[in-house]
Design a binder for this molecule. Structure first.
Ligand code: PLP
Length: 400
């Protein structure tokens, strides 16, 4: 109707207009309404200034960046100047690996990472290989854990950086980072960690983890897509990926995405006081989901560590069934789930992470990842058990 305002958008999966069950919070999370409200001023005529401009309009935008940076620095327990904003987790991972390795060639040309990192790290490491750098990809055990001893064994005098993720996005396994950090530092190298999956669920501070560089992404914590941050310990030289203006203390050229960064800051501010209680709630729901599934579905088997895993992550296999068929059946029944691994042109590749854990073929082919979040309810969990049990039974009958 001309002149009428558009109907308000209803956010979240917990609303009567959207009866689907969303269990893919590791892929992305819905924007919190409060976060959207915090972004609004910078998307309208009132707060559109360029934060690099010296006039009042620019300085208003600059204050939004300062506020967000302050919130992130407070959350991580680091200095304000050690946070750079980026376009997301992928850019932060690229900037950490490429930036440190290129800027510190006189220190050495060896990078250590693991076989189970997110593609934003592994593909960047592969790119660095093409530039002549030496990369070690550490194996993991059957639970997806990187042994600190394997890090110690791989370190050489040439090692500049070690990149080990805080927790894995597919199986949720949490790494013994502090122990790894001490080993890395004893050999004079630096530790980068991708904390994209943990920041919303676990305490993440620079001191506790011992990281020298750390990656965050806003859209995994109910913030907007296209915003992230990289913590770089003061004193570590880093070559920027993007050259141009002097934004972000010369570490990342380009006018900042002010609205998204303001939203990122607000998402973090809202998260911190709620994080522990929400993690406990999700652990309870995750455990209820697992006991329901293991009671109802014969042969279902957990992937990843039984206890040392993210509170919201359940990754399991239904040997004999096919992950893609399971996912499509779940989707048709109104459940958004994931196999955890990349989907290439509509077909699911066997997961790199589960392969590195040495799982047999039948488990690789039938792995599902269900990840819970703020909108997940007990009722949804019970409904999911029912739905998946029925799908598994039907598919087993068809097969036999
Ligand atoms: N690192 C991890 C562990 C992730 O799970 C993701 C997203 O799935 C990324 C990095 C990439 O983050 P973004 O989507 O913000 O680029």
């Amino acid at each position: 109707m001309p002149g009428s305002s558009p109907s308000p958008v209803v956010f979240g999966y917990n609303n009567p207009m959207n009866p689907r069950i969303y269990l893919d919070y590791a892929a992305t999370t819905p924007l919190r309404p409060e976060v959207r409200a915090a972004m609004d001023p910078y998307l309208t005529a009132d707060g559109f200034g360029n934060p690099s401009s010296l006039h009042a309009d620019g300085q208003q935008a600059k204050r939004a960046l300062d506020t967000a940076r302050d919130i992130l620095a407070g959350a991580l327990g680091c200095q304000f100047s050690e946070i750079s904003f980026t376009s997301g987790g992928t850019e932060s991972d690229n900037a950490a690996l490429v930036g440190v390795m290129l800027a510190n060639k006189p220190r050495g040309t060896h990078l250590i990472t693991t076989q189970i990192e997110h593609e934003a790290v592994t593909e960047t490491a592969r790119f660095l290989e093409t530039l002549g750098l030496r990369i070690t990809y550490l194996p993991v055990d059957e639970f997806g854990i990187v042994s600190p001893q394997s890090v110690a064994d791989a370190l050489t005098d040439e090692t500049v950086l070690v990149s080990v993720m805080h927790a894995n996005n597919e199986v949720g396994t949490i790494q013994p980072l502090r122990e790894i950090a001490d080993i890395v530092h004893a050999r004079g190298a630096w530790l980068h960690t991708d904390a994209v999956q943990t920041f919303g669920l676990l305490p993440v501070t620079i001191d506790a983890l011992g990281a020298d560089l750390l990656t965050l992404s806003a859209h995994k914590i109910y913030g907007p897509k296209g915003a992230g941050a990289l913590y770089v310990r003061s004193g570590i030289a880093i070559e920027p990926l993007l050259h141009g203006g002097g934004q972000e203390r010369q570490r990342r050229a380009g006018t900042e995405n002010v609205a998204a960064i303001a939203g990122f800051g607000e998402a973090v501010r809202l998260l911190l006081p709620e994080r522990d209680a929400e993690a406990a709630r999700l652990t309870f729901l995750r455990d209820r989901l697992w006991s329901g599934l293991s009671e109802r579905i014969p042969g279902v088997v957990l992937n990843g560590h039984p206890t040392n895993r993210l509170p919201n992550n359940l990754n399991f296999s239904l040997p004999g069934l096919d992950a893609e068929t399971l996912l499509l059946s779940l989707d048709r029944t109104g459940v958004s789930a994931s196999s955890g691994s990349a989907c290439t042109s509509g077909s699911i590749e066997p997961s790199r992470v589960l392969s590195a854990m040495g799982l047999p073929d039948a488990r690789l082919k039938s792995a599902l990842r269900l990840t819970l979040g703020r909108g997940t309810t007990e009722e949804e969990i019970d409904r999911t058990v029912e739905i998946l049990a029925r799908i598994a039974e039907r598919l087993s009958c068809v097969k036999n």
